[in-house]
Design a protein around this ligand. Structure first.
Ligand code: HEM
Length: 494
């Protein structure tokens, strides 16, 4: 059986991305991979993973070697195949780096396929917003709070605000906690990062990215022994640990109420309790949900906001579509999800915005099954981990055309070639993963995206506070956006 080294003989970019991390030197020597990368390839300190991966993938081709047993790819057909409902691929051990609690795995970090399938089936009902749970109502309430909050600031004469740096994150944390367990963390009301959850996330992002990509650090940092000694604790006074303590208290109270037969609450936790998950399982998955659901959607929202305010013609078209829909009575107040999906320019804007500003860069590897498999015309031996390169996938000229670096929602309007547009949409949809491993929060995320720009643009206009330096943005496995100040102006469409 050929080894991966002979199948894909290119340098270990994975090591380049991490060459400054504590363990990479010994790793590099033991596998005789070429060294001496340029400083900006260093993921831990450069924060330029997204651009680096795109450039490197262009250089190395359809299958790029990341390490001794790892490659990354970007072609949609191969990603659909690996992640299909009946795929024999399994999750690679990268997922174990998402473990944060010595008590066990969340659905996100579970690598055993059978266990993952069982857990996922139980969680899915709540995530889909079935039964008592009305996700749309909760999103509407969250958006109403956001609009009211912005309006109050404008009225107070505080129109210039760090809306993209923190304010929208506060809104998102409140939204996800409300959908998850019926209680907003209350970040937006006093614009406070309660538990310093976001601050700790920013501080640990580069480190976690590095840990997740190196097999040695991954094994150490995700072991129950290490997590017990050094991981976040529910008794912590601050940070992620404190949020775990908060979630434990909420879940315990709910399970007590269940014993007392007080009925089912209309949130995701309520649905999970009904599905028979234990208190501990609910806690692990609520904490994973907070992490998975906060930075992802809101990165797209902030990205689209920047793209809009820096593209006046597109801003005007979006605004005009909303104004016409409001005037003609085609959208309610607040806009319903069904109405929003019938606004063609808005929908094109969301597809294109997600393509240009995806929330993820690299990860989610699937392991090649026994016997190996041919991926993008390259044979990969069993046990190879195949990572998804999001940036290269979303700027693939074969799918999106030669002007992939240009923000142009019109490419998603099915004016010319409907098949080509359908392929573009299906490719962008891979941002949520696919098939048996796809994102559980997709319904919630899409509903929020469908609504948020309609609600914001029917109430306000936005202008960059500093057009020469709109924000600071760094990319690791996900993105970190800070100092994104805007001037918000009242502009109500009746
Ligand atoms: C635009 C926003 C979002 C994007 C692009 C996104 C993307 C993804 C991706 C790529 C995966 C992994 C797929 C794989 O393993 O192959 C995933 C998994 C997951 N996402 Fe999302 N996500 C988003 C929003 C959310 C939200 C809002 C929530 C929760 C409310 C959420 C909860 C989850 C969970 C629980 C999983 C694990 C699923 C499993 O293990 O089977 N996501 N998401």
């Amino acid at each position: 059986m050929p080894s991966l080294k002979t199948c894909v003989p290119c340098p270990g970019t994975y090591l380049l991305l991490n060459h400054n991390s504590v363990f990479s030197n010994s790793y590099r020597h033991s596998h005789s991979v070429p060294s001496a990368p340029s400083p900006q390839l260093n993921g831990k300190t450069s924060g330029r993973i997204s651009a680096t991966l795109r450039t490197e993938q262009k250089r190395h081709g359809r299958v790029m070697r990341l390490g001794p047993d790892a490659v990354c790819i970007y072609e949609a057909e191969a990603l659909w195949h690996m992640n299909a409902a009946r795929s024999t691929y399994t999750r690679g051990p990268w997922y174990s780096a998402l473990r944060f609690d010595p008590r066990g795995d969340s659905v996100f970090s579970e690598c055993d396929t059978a266990k993952h399938d069982r857990r996922r089936a139980k969680l899915a009902v709540g995530y889909a917003g079935k039964g008592l749970l009305d996700l749309e109502n909760k999103i509407d309430a969250g958006l109403a709070d956001l609009v009211q909050h912005l309006r109050a600031r404008v009225v107070r004469g505080e129109a210039t605000m760090n809306i993209g740096g923190r304010l929208l994150q506060f809104f998102q944390v409140d939204l996800i906690s409300t959908c998850g367990f019926g209680k907003a963390w209350g970040d937006l009301a006093d614009e406070t990062d309660h538990f310093n959850y976001l601050k700790e996330g920013d501080a640990s992002l580069a480190f976690l990215h590095t840990v997740s990509l190196s097999p040695v650090t991954r094994i150490i940092f995700s072991s129950p022994f290490f997590l017990k000694l050094f991981g976040p604790k529910r008794t912590d006074n601050d940070g992620f640990g404190k949020s775990l303590g908060f979630i434990e208290a909420v879940a315990s109270e709910r399970f007590r109420e269940k014993e007392e037969s007080k009925g089912q609450a209309d949130d995701i936790l309520g649905s999970w309790i009904k599905q028979g998950l234990s208190s501990e399982e609910c806690q692990l998955d609520l904490a994973a949900q907070m992490a998975a659901g906060t930075e992802t959607s809101i990165t797209i929202v902030r990205g689209i906001l920047l793209l809009l305010v820096t593209s006046p013609t597109i801003y005007m078209k979006a605004k005009q579509e909303i104004a016409t829909a409001v005037r003609d009575g085609h959208v309610s107040s607040p806009v319903t999800n069904a109405e929003a999906t019938k606004l063609p320019y808005m929908q094109a804007l969301l597809w294109e915005g997600t393509r240009m500003m995806p929330p993820l860069t690299l990860g989610f590897p699937k392991r090649v099954p026994a016997g190996g498999d041919t991926v993008c015309d390259t044979f990969l031996p069993a046990g190879t981990d195949v990572y998804q390169n999001f940036g290269a996938m979303l700027r693939n000229p074969d799918v999106f055309g030669d002007d992939v670096d240009v923000f142009r929602p019109e490419r998603f309007l099915a004016l010319g070639d409907p098949d080509a547009v359908a392929r573009m949409r299906k490719t962008v949809d891979l941002c949520f993963g696919h098939g048996r491993f796809s994102c559980l929060g997709k319904t919630l995320a899409q509903m929020e995206l469908n609504k948020i720009f309609v609600q914001l643009l029917r109430n306000f206009d936005f202008q960059l506070a500093d057009p020469e330096k709109p924000w600071t943005k760094a990319s690791y496995s996900t993105f970190m956006i800070n100092d994104f100040y805007m001037r918000v102006m009242e502009a109500r469409l009746e």
